[in-house]
Design a protein around this ligand. Structure first.
Ligand SMILES: Nc1ncnc2c1ncn2[C@@H]1O[C@H](COP(=O)(O)OP(=O)(O)OP(=O)(O)O)[C@@H](O)[C@H]1O
Ligand SMILES: Nc1nc2c(ncn2[C@@H]2O[C@H](COP(=O)(O)O)[C@@H](O)[C@H]2O)c(=O)[nH]1
Length: 210
C-alpha cells in the first residue's frame, strides 16, 4: 500500500483559473495541503503573508535558494518564485497530498526531483486567448502593463501543455472543478488508496490478506 502523499501540480498561463480551481478542490477535500510559495513579487491587495505567499526580498530569496531550502524555483514575469522544500517532505511522510500552483519551470523541476514519481500534473488551458485577457482584466489585480506582459508570455507557458499528465480546458468552472475531483480520485485509487469506499474495501482487503 502506497503511504506517501501525492504532489498535485497545477500550471497554466496567468489568469486561466488555477488558483480558483485550487481553492475549490481544497473546499471539497480539506485534507489537501496547499504549497505556499515564496516570492519576490509585491503583495496584491488582500494577499496575506503565509497564506497566499511568503513575501521575501531578493536577498532573502537568494539565501533560501543557496541554503537548499527550495524544492524548485524560477523567474516568472520578472520576479522570483519558489517552493519551500521542508513542508512538502513533511506532508509526504504524513501521507498528505499537496497541491502546487507553479509555472511550467516549477513543474519540470518537481517532476525531475527525487519526489518525481509521486507527481500528478495538470495543465489548465483557457477557452481562448481573448477570454484569458478578459479574465486578467476582470480580476482587477494587475496594472495594464502587467497584464500585457502576462498575455505576451501566455503562448510560451501554453507551449508546455503536453508535458502534463492531464489537460483541462477551463471554460465552465463547475465542470473544471468536477474534472479535477475526478482526476484526484482516480489517481488516489490507482495508487491503492481507499477513496470513499470505506468499510466495503476494507473488508475485501482483510479477506485478501487473510
Ligand atoms: N471558468 C471560469 N470562467 C470565468 N471566469 C473564471 C473561470 N475560472 C476563473 N475565472 C476568473 O478568472 C480570473 C483569474 O483566475 P485565477 O486568479 O484563478 O487565475 P490563475 O491562473 O490562478 O492566475 P495567476 O497565475 O495569475 O495566479 C479570476 O477573476 C477568476 O474568478
Ligand atoms: N516555478 C514556480 N512558479 C510559481 C510559484 N508560485 C507561483 N508560481 C507561478 O507564478 C506565476 C505568477 O503568479 P502570480 O501569483 O504572480 O499571479 C503563476 O504562473 C504561478 O503559477 C513557485 O513556487 N514556483
Amino acid at each position: 500500500m502506497e503511504r506517501s502523499g501525492l504532489l498535485v501540480i497545477l500550471s497554466s498561463p496567468s489568469g486561466a483559473g488555477k488558483s480558483t480551481l485550487a481553492r475549490r478542490l481544497m473546499d471539497w477535500d480539506p485534507s489537501l495541503r496547499f504549497s505556499v510559495s515564496a516570492t519576490t513579487r509585491a503583495p496584491r491587495p488582500g494577499e496575506v503573508e503565509g497564506d497566499h505567499y511568503y513575501f521575501r526580498d531578493p536577498e532573502q530569496f537568494r539565501i533560501m535558494v543557496r541554503d537548499g531550502q527550495m524544492l524548485e524555483h524560477a523567474e516568472v514575469f520578472g520576479n522570483f518564485y519558489g517552493t519551500p522544500r521542508a513542508p512538502v517532505e513533511e506532508a509526504m511522510l504524513a501521507g498528505r497530498d499537496t497541491l502546487f500552483d507553479v509555472d511550467w519551470q516549477g513543474g519540470q523541476q518537481i517532476r525531475a526531483s527525487v519526489l518525481g514519481t509521486h507527481v500528478v500534473s495538470i495543465f489548465v488551458l483557457p477557452p481562448s486567448l481573448a477570454e484569458l485577457e478578459r479574465r486578467l482584466i476582470a480580476r482587477q489585480q494587475d496594472r495594464p502593463e502587467v497584464i500585457a506582459a502576462r498575455m505576451q508570455k501566455s503562448r510560451d507557458e501554453i507551449s508546455h501543455w503536453a508535458e502534463y499528465d492531464y489537460v483541462i480546458v477551463n471554460e465552465d468552472i463547475e465542470a473544471s472543478t468536477e474534472a479535477l475531483k475526478t482526476i484526484l480520485t482516480a489517481e488516489r485509487l490507482r495508487r491503492g488508496r481507499q477513496v470513499g469506499l470505506g468499510p466495503f474495501v476494507q473488508a475485501l482487503m482483510r479477506e485478501e490478506n487473510a
